[in-house]
Design a protein around this ligand. Sequence first.
Ligand SMILES: Cc1cc2nc3c(=O)[nH]c(=O)nc-3n(C[C@H](O)[C@H](O)[C@H](O)COP(=O)(O)O)c2cc1C
Length: 235
Amino acid sequence: MTGADVLLERLFSPYRLGHIELRNRIYSPPHGTGFSQGGLPTDRQIAYYEARARGGAAFIVGGSWAVLPGERSGSANAAYDPAALDGHKRMAEAVHRHGAFLAAQLHMGGRQGPPGNYQSPPMLAPSPLPCPKLHEIPKELEVDESDEIVDRFAQAAANMQAGDWDGVEVLAAQGYGAKRVPLPAEEPRGGGVRGGLRRGHAHPSAHRRRSPPHRRSRVSGGRTHEHLGLRRGRS
Ligand SMILES: Cc1cc2nc3c(=O)[nH]c(=O)nc-3n(C[C@H](O)[C@H](O)[C@H](O)COP(=O)(O)O)c2cc1C
């Protein structure tokens, strides 16, 4: 057996991810498709994910499902919108039909929210420091705003769960809104919220508090990766 054979055998062998059993190790990472309309899944978007499941991917993560209505960019999906439920169900069904699992990456842009949102509503971030790319000064989060955002993450996760999705991933990397680890330039200066959402209010905990523990949650953010032990994937 050559090295390539060994690698291929490994690639196509099952993988236990927490409490779900993936049929192989092929993963489709989160990326925006630009195929949603008004934040709702379209037939084209459902077909896009179904094609990946049919092609053999075992685990698919849909990229950047927005948590806050005010900062959803034009092409992003809306995790917060109950009107998306039917489309989410159809998307899950299409992926599950081919034996794959499906999770949504929950996204809050923070100071990297869609440009042009500075005026109304303002971009929200732990500190009033502009993103090096967008140069807009975000509004500094207050503690009650942080708490509300945590609740909105939990509601978004519950919405995806209601759509029969298998889990959520919290995008907490790359300086987006949910990032919790402060950069030196974001260290506390006063009494607000610094370095991300309030300590002790990690989003997955909120999700876990608010919904039955049989879906998978994960925080994607370098040093902030967390895995929650959940019972099972799809029932
Ligand atoms: C068009 C595009 C959009 C992406 N959107 C996201 C995203 O919404 N969230 C994310 O975490 N990564 C995003 N990524 C990064 C991918 O998930 C992936 O990590 C990256 O493309 C590297 O994998 P690859 O070498 O297979 O392309 C995006 C990548 C591309 C090319």
